[in-house]
Design a protein around this ligand. Structure first.
Ligand code: MN
Ligand code: MN
Length: 474
């Protein structure tokens, strides 16, 4: 019999040396992954490379009925990707799904970003997702993304990450003159329109450019022109090209081990690339021959802004992909089969949650908040106030998840988003539940969540891998 009283277990207290060694080596790969892939596009590109190597076939218009691939994938506009593996059971009887998101809170460029003010060139920005604006000034920043030229050619930009490369930054006011600013509410201390990025200060020395420009106003915008000249040299772009671009400002530099004991990882955008990485590793570790139900992994974009847009989870690309899998199996597109499959599907919405922070005890219910290092956190519901806007997992489904995790000795705990009525939040779970599937949130607890430097425990990262693996193979 299990012990009568339930107590939270911590990995560093209960796991043996051999397991801890695995935890640390897994964390190395994870750190590398989040350091190299900071945007949804970069994650998709890397995932495509990995799964193609593993024999996944991209579903396209070809007829596969003669030679049905076992492992398939589809990329949606380079910003989201879905992977599928067929099991022994037909897809129409339901599949196992794990969904994570690969966008993170950040600062985007406006369509007309570049201007000059006081002989300094700047980028205008608009923040993306839920950030605390005061956390972003006075730190090294990088720019990642793509610019599409008028002829359709795509230019990739990743600047500020290499050690010998310059970085960008947002300025902050010196404390000596901040008396007024310090009196402001935190929310207003740094205004969105003040989050302009410093990008240069050398005026162009190109006499041709100078003369062209002087026709309008002599000596004006020479620094801006200097930056445009550099951008043109480096990337072949002109100012108008910035209109058709997805350019994202993110913290510069790599994820790091944290603590004298290296037990934690500090880095940008662990929400939610931690679940993307661990669910991918779980999928790749499966014994495909033994797979009962088919499995699907979704890596979605736009979660941080509400899952809208064609690459967000509210778009039809998720059911469309499953429909394609059904077609491969049944040889026909049939809405009823798709509905049958979706309503018999079991899903994990793999997303991070808050870790109990002893510096801010007043916002937590200590008994129902996840702890760093105590394993993957399962959340029956999130939402706001009286469970508003949430997808609540049923007792039956929670029972099933608990059984699956316990059977494989997965280190898990429950999580919740702080004290009732203090705030709240949501995940992709609600959108999956609309397809009438069973879904529950499960992911690692994070300290400093949504900040430029989020903290995870290596124990929890590994527990997520084990949990998703147990779920997908159950
Ligand atoms: Mn998230
Ligand atoms: Mn988030």
């Amino acid at each position: 019999m299990n012990s009568l009283k339930h107590e939270r277990k911590f990995g560093f207290e209960s796991w043996d040396k051999e397991k801890i060694n695995k935890v640390f080596s897994f964390a190395q790969d994870y750190k590398y992954f989040i350091s190299e892939n900071k945007t949804e596009r970069e994650v998709v590109k890397t995932l495509r490379r990995i799964v193609e190597k593993q024999g996944f076939v991209e579903i396209d218009a070809k007829d596969y009925t003669q030679n049905k691939p076992k492992k398939v994938f589809k990329v949606n506009r380079d910003k989201s990707i879905v992977l599928g593996i067929f099991g022994k059971k037909p897809v129409k009887e339901g599949i196992k799904m794990v969904l994570s998101h690969i966008d993170s809170p950040r600062i985007d460029l406006k369509p007309h970003p570049l201007y000059e003010n006081e002989k300094i060139a700047w980028f205008k920005t608009q923040y993306y997702g839920g950030i605390k604006k005061y956390q972003w000034p006075a730190m090294p920043l990088a720019i990642h993304g793509v610019v599409v030229l008028e002829n359709g050619q795509k230019v990739e930009i990743k600047f500020g990450e290499k050690e010998d490369e310059p970085v960008l930054t947002i300025t902050d006011l010196l404390p000596h003159l901040s008396a007024k600013q310090m009196e402001k509410k935190l929310e207003e201390a740094v205004e969105a329109e003040e989050m302009n990025v410093v990008v240069g200060s050398v005026p162009t020395s190109n006499s041709k450019l100078k003369t062209l420009n002087s026709k309008s106003e002599e000596g004006k915008d020479l620094v801006k022109l200097g930056v445009l000249e550099l951008l043109n040299k480096k990337y072949g772009i002109i100012e108008e090209d910035l209109v058709s671009a997805d350019l994202e400002i993110v913290p510069a530099g790599k994820a790091r081990d944290l603590g004298f004991d290296s037990s934690m990882i500090g880095g940008y955008g662990q929400d939610d690339r931690v679940c993307a990485f661990t669910s991918l590793q779980a999928l790749l570790s499966l014994d495909e021959e033994k797979l009962g139900q088919g499995v699907v992994l979704v890596f979605a974009d736009k979660e941080e802004t509400g899952s809208e847009s064609n690459t967000g989870s509210l778009s039809s690309f998720i059911p469309d992909f499953i429909s394609e899998m059904l077609f491969l199996e049944e040889g026909k597109h049939d809405e009823n089969l798709l509905r049958d499959c979706l309503s018999a599907t079991k899903a994990i919405s793999a997303d991070v949650t808050v870790a109990y922070d002893p510096d801010y005890t007043s916002v937590f219910d200590p008994q129902n908040t996840a702890r760093l290092g105590a394993g993957i956190a399962v959340e029956k519901y999130c939402g706001r106030r009286g469970k508003s806007g949430t997808s609540e997992a049923s007792a039956e489904y929670l029972g099933e998840i608990r059984r699956i995790f316990n059977k494989k000795a997965v280190l898990w705990q429950t999580g919740g988003l702080g004290k009732v009525d203090l705030g709240g939040g949501g995940t992709i779970a609600v959108f999956l539940a609309r397809h009438n599937m069973d879904v529950v949130d499960a992911g690692p607890p994070i300290l400093s969540m949504h900040s430029p430097f989020e903290i995870s425990s290596k124990i929890d990262v590994y527990s997520c891998f084990e949990a998703y693996q147990a779920f997908l193979s159950s």
